[in-house]
Design a binder for this molecule. Structure first.
Ligand SMILES: [Zn+2]
Length: 400
């Protein structure tokens, strides 16, 4: 009865939400998993991409001279717009999410930095509500189970060995929304913790690690599947001691995160990783902190103070690089125009691969019909011109 009543109403009001008008994006170069289609069409109805519009009434956007690519998926992101995912209020967290969304990131996993165990468990419960309401795609715990030798911008006194019981405590506190834990798998309890994470369907990410090549292989065999910001916060590649980098690059089971901001990685290192792993095993991340999309100045990263100057974030004490101010639209443009990576491979690294890691590729990560209408419009120079999330424009392509 209720359904037929709704249908009756929608005949009277043609624009009823039950039969939303379609949006047709026409004339653009559309990047699909099967390749790029020139003069392609993307049809959006409600929140989804569809094959054909079901009504003649459609808004047509002429996007000739533009690219349409899937919305970006960031699996490692600590904040933005002046807000931190580790310490901000719900309003702050949403401001950070919106900042990245305006830069094309339609799916975002919130990363925490090292903190006290009780604090992190409490924070997990808090962030899980934002996951449940659809604003975040999950939680990534970076620390506290990391190596003091490779601590980067994490407080040394709060670091601890990866005890499986404590890892369990964090993932339980996240109530099914924990997606990834970065840990130094060579520490006591590391391998058991990797096994526990794999059993619970949470990504075990090897990072902030001092592991040898052999120790890294052992962690991969135990179930680790991601390399946290490959090259950063791990021993360098050596010809007698190849270390974690060689083990992570060579293994088909591993996806390597790369921070493509021009500061964290030399372009040659990025190219080496991209060629060695192949486009199917790279995930571009921001590792962004509060200053992303905000500006230079002084910030807090957990308990540590950070100075951002010319967009580069460094600890006030020790001057270690402390996260980035990167947004994924900048990473995309840089990958195509500076690194000369084919657009289709950049789309794999920035949308499809991270969506697959999250187990969300049935909903996001490509422009296939049936998926969420999450997409980014870029001009011929790869500058961001439009962002749509779940069928709604976040940045309208006509807005300039
Ligand atoms: Zn990080």
């Amino acid at each position: 009865m209720a359904a037929s009543a709704a249908r009756a109403t929608s005949t009277v009001h043609a624009r009823s939400p039950h039969h939303p008008p379609s949006t047709v994006l026409a004339g653009a170069r559309v990047v699909l998993p099967t390749g790029t289609v020139d003069n392609g069409r993307v049809v959006v109805e409600g929140t989804k991409i569809v094959t054909e519009a079901s009504t003649a009434e459609a808004h047509v956007h002429d996007l000739s001279g533009h690219w349409v690519v899937p919305g970006f998926v960031d699996i490692h992101n600590h904040g933005g717009g002046g807000a931190s995912f580790t310490s901000g209020t719900a309003e702050d967290v949403l401001r950070g999410v919106m900042t990245h969304r305006r830069h094309g990131t339609t799916t975002l996993v919130a990363s925490t930095v090292t903190g006290d165990m009780d604090f992190l468990a409490h924070r997990a419960g808090f962030l899980s509500e934002l996951v449940e309401q659809g604003d975040l795609a999950g939680i990534h715990f970076e620390g506290p189970f990391i190596s003091p030798c490779r601590k980067g911008a994490h407080s040394e006194e709060l670091l601890r060995d990866p005890d499986p019981a404590e890892v369990r405590k964090l993932i339980d506190a996240a109530r099914g929304t924990a997606k990834m834990v970065t840990l130094a798998t060579e520490l006591p309890g590391g391998i058991d913790s990797v096994r526990l994470l794999a059993e619970h369907g949470v990504i075990a990410a090897i990072g902030h690690t001092d592991a040898t090549y052999e120790q890294t292989r052992e962690a991969i065999d135990a179930g680790a599947t991601v390399a946290t910001h490959l090259f950063n916060a791990m021993p360098a590649l050596g010809h007698r001691a190849p270390g974690p980098i060689a083990a992570l690059l060579e293994d088909e089971r591993i996806t390597v995160e790369l921070i493509n901001d021009g500061t964290h990685l030399h372009p040659a290192a990025l190219e080496l990783a991209f060629r060695s792993a192949g486009a199917g095993r790279v995930a571009f991340i921001t590792d962004a902190m509060d200053a992303a999309g905000f500006g230079d100045g002084r910030y807090q990263l957990g308990p540590l103070e950070v100075e951002v100057k010319d967009g580069v974030a460094r600890l006030v004490e020790g001057h270690s690089i402390a996260g980035s101010t990167l947004t994924l639209d900048t990473a995309f443009k840089r990958a195509v125009t500076v690194d000369r990576i084919p657009v289709e491979d950049v789309v794999a690294a920035i949308s499809a691969n991270p969506a697959k890691l999250l187990g969300a590729y049935d909903r996001v990560g490509s422009l296939d019909p049936g998926k969420d209408a999450d997409l980014v419009v870029l001009d011929a120079d790869f500058a961001l011109k439009g962002v749509m999330r779940r069928g709604e424009w976040v940045v309208h392509p006509a807005a300039g």
